[in-house]
Design a protein around this ligand. Structure first.
Ligand SMILES: [Zn+2]
Length: 453
């Protein structure tokens, strides 16, 4: 690609125009529908214009394929620092993301040590630099109140767990929540919440399969916690993670809150498989509840799709059910699985692009997720004829398994990051140039601040 040393034409706004380095031609998802266009990408990696392009050094016609914005997955667990690196690292996880058409991930803070202050945040930032192949937004856990002001100027968001989880043994109590919400409202960052109320778990059940797991952590525990979220201040940028039922969808929509659903809660039920590979929090629900959630998603009532990518080593998932850890891998398969549903006619492409690309990028304050002038040229090329089977051993994650073994997927043929091709013919060809990003609306140090600041 021609370098930025080339002269720009006098009078051009360098941010939106610049020198045209690449023109992508074909059917692209622009302003809500697929239409034949040419997309000019400048040497700053931004979309400079959309339409008929005369200039341009390199021109690439995608043929029968379609050009979409790359996805943003605002919920992943890449297991660094602290491991188990036999499951995932920031290096492997971001390559998996790239292969799955995900150009930005939000990494959760419950690593070891958990991200609870500027020092632990810096430790994780250092692991991103030179190792990540897509951009990474880093969440922090607001468990240390004296660290909150400094954290809020460096972190990309906060994650609050209302139930105990790895690295967060003591979630805030009901009486502590109003004060926590008030403090987080002042800090302006997005706040993702794991909403399950442990007081409503049924401890007497000894779970040995996903059906019993669902009975132990019932829908009522999720509903109870979601009801509490609707009491938070309206100015708090609150987002409910992994909502599993239509009652939750209805509650959050009427409260005007952001939320996500995962591919596993949309596509799998508590009867999809009996072994610990299907153990996840919140649990997989009944087939009837799953179908209702899927139908709500297809109607566009779920604003955001996120993977909750949480891989574990295969041997940990082969422990007896009650001792096996919860979580499934998903960042590499999220978009391919849902693109296959677009191909089969069950899901509108516009609904998928909104939930996987546009809305999550807006939520995190990122100039991407839409094919629009001035946005980053973070794009994928999808050929709907290139169907393949999801196979754990072919995933980039070292965990080597997936609950979607044998499912049909459509993997992106190409992936561009700032106009640079990082996936070609379904193979990763990029470099570890991913950056730590923060919402453009965030207070404090700007995105891309050098790690030494
Ligand atoms: Zn999670």
């Amino acid at each position: 690609m021609p370098g930025s040393a080339r002269r720009r034409k006098a009078g051009e706004d360098s941010r939106s125009r610049g020198h045209i380095a690449l023109v992508l031609a074909g059917r692209a998802f622009v302003r809500g529908r697929l239409q034949p266009v040419e997309i000019a990408i400048n040497d700053l990696g931004r979309i400079a214009s959309i339409g008929k392009i005369r200039a341009g050094e390199e021109r690439h016609d995608v043929g029968d394929a379609v050009i979409l914005p790359s996805a943003t997955d605002l919920h992943v667990h890449f297991r660094e620092p602290g491991g188990p690196t036999a499951a995932e690292t920031i290096a492997t996880g971001t390559v998996g993301a790239a292969l799955g058409g995900v150009g930005l991930v939000g990494d959760m803070p419950n690593t070891r040590p958990p991200v609870t202050d500027v020092e632990s945040l810096q430790e994780k930032s250092n692991l991103v630099a030179g190792r990540a192949s897509v951009d990474v937004l880093l969440y922090a856990a607001p468990t240390n109140s004296s660290a909150l002001p400094s954290l809020s100027r460096r972190a990309g968001g906060f994650k609050v767990y209302l139930a105990p989880t790895t690295g967060v043994e003591t979630p805030p109590t009901v009486s502590e929540l109003p004060e926590l919400w008030r403090r987080l409202t002042d800090l302006k960052l997005p706040v993702s919440v794991h909403a399950e109320d442990p007081a409503l778990f049924r401890g007497e059940v000894q779970p040995t399969n996903p059906i019993e797991w669902n009975a132990q952590r019932p829908v009522a525990a999720e509903d109870g916690a979601l009801a509490r979220l609707s009491l938070a201040p309206k100015s708090l940028r609150l987002h409910a993670a992994h909502v599993t039922t239509v009652s939750g969808v209805a509650r959050l929509r009427s409260a005007g809150l952001s939320f996500e659903a995962t591919p596993h809660h949309l596509l799998l039920s508590d009867r999809s498989g009996g072994d610990p590979q299907f153990k996840v929090n919140p649990p997989l629900r009944t087939e009837g509840e799953r179908r209702e959630l899927w139908e709500a998603f297809c109607r566009g009532e779920v604003p955001i799709l996120a993977s909750d990518h949480a891989p574990h080593p295969r041997d940990a998932k082969e422990l007896p059910f009650e001792r096996a850890p919860s979580g499934v891998p998903g960042v590499e398969t999220m978009l391919p699985l849902l693109l296959a549903r677009v191909r089969s006619g069950e899901l509108e492409l516009a609904t998928l692009v909104s939930a996987a690309c546009d809305r999550p990028a807006r939520w995190l304050g990122q100039p991407q997720g839409r094919i629009a002038v001035g946005h980053r040229a973070n794009l994928i090329v999808v050929d709907f004829k290139l169907r393949s089977k999801v196979e754990g051993k072919r995933l980039h994650s070292p965990c080597g398994w997936t609950p979607f073994e044998g499912w049909e997927g459509i993997r992106p043929r190409e992936h561009y990051r700032d106009g640079e091709r990082i996936v070609e013919d379904g193979e990763f060809v990029g470099r570890p140039t991913g950056r730590v990003v923060r919402p453009e609306y965030a207070l404090g140090e700007s995105s891309g601040a050098s790690p030494s600041e």
